[in-house]
Design a protein around this ligand. Structure first.
Ligand code: TXE
Length: 480
């Protein structure tokens, strides 16, 4: 697949005519080229976006909404081909892309097409002063959206949809590791009648293309999802320009399991929250803490269930765990498994690369369970972002809360219990942006999504996203 930039409604090659290889993680082969864009391409896109903004920011919400709904419909109409493209680019099972990634991308556009018609702002009557105040929420202008490789179209559209619904024009950069569905989305937007220049998609490396977007004076806000280190760098570059920033970063999420939970439901969900998408979701519960009363039983049952997971080629219907996204990422994840014993851990299951017949050069890894006896080891403190979880026992509620909060991250937590008081105690004390009780990754798009501590700044989702992509202006009118 030869990918091009999408600027001002046109598919174009990078000005420098420089290209990057795109790999298929399932077989380790190069299957396409992507633009290695630089500042010159970004400049062109900004020019187009600034021009488009004049009209896009003024057309009625109904018109904007209609176009977003059309994009949503076209994504669903292309469900199969988009799911296959996502899988080929990322290594995730086609079945997962078809069930989760692509439908969610459609929902993102549908949700914000409707949300913008319900978005409102405040009015304040200044009683005694004969004055009324009301707030305008105006689009920012040209904004930047930078997304990662783990949920490519899902997260790309999660940023673009609210940005354009609110009347902005966008310079968007998908991850260079997974550019395919962003390219296909451009075709869909064209077909849906999105005016030229409203969405511009530039492909390339983070250090050049991404950096050019973040550092550009004319880009008013950056919505970014990716690694915590990259987020810190982006914040440093953007701060002197006083850009608005939304940063969704890493996680090292606790999955806290009490003996009084609904055991079977917990076990099935824990397998998913540990290994869905090869464990490459910032919300995966990678630190499992189990109450001592059921620790041994859980250990046995969990190992059994995980051993039944099918690792294989992503296009096979029975595959539950596909390939990791890249050779480099596979090596990173494996390096944590390699230090497990030195860190006081014991590998209970997995730990090895998997050779899938006919696809020996693919990036496959066994789902891996490591028993640890301290939360201070690297395995529990650093984001591995792969099919690797640790398990550890705890004795008391107090200890469980301390263990859960003992990390620099604070994205999400999962709690399994049927005790209401405990639910409330934990929910209040956990230092995370999201707490799931007796479920995992149940998402309502109206809710604020984001993390505390080094998991990020700001919230996406619902009206929070529309607030982020608009600037408030207070109007005060005095009357006699
Ligand atoms: O992410 P990067 P990487 C975590 C996970 C993973 C680690 C590194 O632990 O192992 O981060 O992954 C763009 N200016 N997460 O290196 O680099 C980049 O091109 C502007 C968690 O792949 O953060 C891509 O589009 N942009 C995470 C995006 O940032 C820059 C999901 C993310 O890439 C840039 C992914 C720069 N200087 C990784 N440098 C989550 N929160 O879900 C890079 N980029």
């Amino acid at each position: 697949m030869q990918i091009q930039n999408y600027i001002n409604g046109q598919f174009v090659n990078p000005i420098s005519d420089s290209w990057l290889d795109n790999y298929n993680p399932a077989n380790g082969e190069v299957y396409g080229k992507i633009p290695n864009s630089d500042i010159a391409d970004v400049e062109k896109a900004i020019e187009a976006a600034e021009l488009a903004f004049k009209n896009w920011s003024k057309i009625t919400l109904e018109e904007r909404g209609q176009i977003l709904l059309k994009i949503s419909e076209l994504i669903l109409a292309n469900l199969q081909s988009l799911a296959e493209a996502e899988s080929k680019d990322n290594g995730k099972p086609v079945s997962l892309a078809k069930e989760v990634d692509i439908p969610r991308a459609a929902s993102n556009f549908k949700y914000f097409a409707n949300a913008i018609t319900q978005f409102s702002s405040e009015a304040h009557e200044s009683i005694g002063h004969n004055a009324v105040n009301f707030t305008l929420r105006e689009p920012l202008g040209v904004v930047g959206c930078i997304s990662p490789w783990n949920l490519p179209l899902y997260l790309f559209t999660w940023k673009i949809a609210p940005a354009i619904a609110a009347g902005n024009c966008v310079i968007a950069k998908p991850s260079e590791v997974t550019p395919a569905t962003a390219f296909l989305l451009a075709e869909i937007c064209k077909e849906a009648g999105l005016p030229n220049g409203v969405l511009n998609i530039i492909h390339g490396l983070g250090s050049t293309t991404g950096q050019a977007i973040v550092a550009h004076q004319k880009i008013k806000a950056i919505s970014f999802t990716g690694g915590t280190k990259t987020g810190a760098h982006i914040a440093k570059v953007a701060a002197p320009m006083f850009k608005k920033l939304s940063l969704e970063l890493g996680g090292k999420n606790p999955n806290i399991i009490f003996a009084d939970c609904d055991y079977d439901k917990m076990l099935a969900t824990t397998v998913r929250s540990s290994f869905a998408n090869q464990g490459q979701i910032c919300l995966c519960g990678s630190r499992i803490f189990v109450e001592h009363k059921i620790y041994e039983k859980f250990k046995t049952d969990f190992i059994q269930k995980v051993s039944e997971l099918k690792v294989g080629h992503p296009s096979k219907e029975e595959t539950q765990i596909g390939a990791l996204v890249s050779q480099q990422h596979l090596e990173k994840v494996k390096s944590y498994i390699d230090i497990a014993e030195k860190e006081g851990g014991k590998i209970l299951y997995g730990g090895n690369k998997v050779e899938v017949a006919n696809f020996e050069n693919g990036y496959y890894l066994q789902p891996t369970i490591i028993e640890v006896n301290s939360n201070q080891c690297k395995l529990n403190q650093e984001e591995i972002f792969g099919p690797v979880v640790t398990i550890m026992r705890f004795e008391t509620d107090k200890q469980a809360i301390e263990l859960a909060n003992d990390t620099k991250y604070g994205l999400s937590a999962t709690l399994w219990t049927n005790n209401l008081n405990r639910t409330m105690q934990f929910s209040k004390q956990l230092k995370t942006g999201i707490v799931w009780v007796n479920t995992w990754m149940l998402r309502d798009l109206r809710t604020p999504f984001g993390g505390q501590k080094e998991s990020g700044v700001g919230r996406e989702g619902g009206f929070e996203a529309l607030r982020f992509f608009t600037e408030q202006k207070n109007l005060c009118i005095k009357y006699n």
